[in-house]
Design a binder for this molecule. Structure first.
Ligand SMILES: [Zn+2]
Length: 219
């Protein structure tokens, strides 16, 4: 079958660039990118019945149960036009959610952005932000002119809590435990596409486009 629509899931650890790649791909194919994080924030701010339930967990710092996550996603997916395809980012987070998604809306491709833990730590722990003008720097990739000082406004740079090495490592552990098993699940379904996420952004994108085109998707 040629030129079929892409109904995809994109996953990888934080720092793998999956948000960026999802955005680029959605633009290129002119299909919706559905970001679970954003969707949940919207649901909470709308104060819908489901949103209020989600908020109770989030406010206590608890993991939102799969049933609730699946219900929010199912409701949203019914409301958007998916007839030309779609990309999901941030959902499913684990195999149980992937099974639920298959019951609601079967996908035909799962893109895994593979990146080594040490590279994730290097990418994220080097980030620094200006607390005043919010400019973002990286110790090695995009350093400020003067070490530790914002090049734009001269304010001393800070490291966000999320970008501290211990926090990154904890998140990676959770990713390996919860989300990485999606690779096995989707491989068994015959829809897994593994992409080397350690290449520069531009190359990663070209790699994805080339490979999905070979698989017969309209790009
Ligand atoms: Zn600044």
């Amino acid at each position: 079958m040629k030129n079929k629509h892409l109904s995809a899931v994109i996953f990888g650890p934080q720092g793998s660039g999956k948000g960026t790649q999802g955005t680029l791909l959605a633009e290129r194919l002119n299909i919706p990118l559905i970001g679970a994080g954003e969707l949940f924030r919207d649901e909470i701010s709308e104060k819908s019945t489901l949103g209020n339930l989600v908020a109770q967990y989030v406010n206590q710092g608890l993991l939102v149960p799969d049933e609730l996550v699946n219900a929010v996603m199912a409701r949203h997916l019914k409301r958007v036009d998916l007839s030309h395809g779609f990309i999901l980012d941030g959902y499913p987070r684990n195999v149980e959610q992937a099974e639920a998604l298959d019951r609601i809306l079967p996908i035909n491709l799962a893109i895994q952005l593979k990146i080594d833990d040490t590279e994730v730590v290097r990418r994220l722990s080097g980030r620094m932000q200006c607390p005043k003008c919010k400019s973002v720097y990286h110790e090695t990739e995009a350093p400020p002119v003067k070490k530790g000082i914002c090049s734009l406004c001269g304010t001393p740079l800070i490291k966000r809590e999320d970008d501290k090495e211990e926090v990154i490592k904890l998140r990676l552990q959770a990713y390996h435990y919860m989300t990485a098993p999606l690779a096995g699940y989707y491989r068994q379904r015959g829809v897994l596409l593994v992409i080397n996420g350690e290449q520069p952004i531009h190359y990663v994108f070209e790699d994805i486009v080339k490979k999905i085109s070979k698989l017969g998707f309209a790009v």
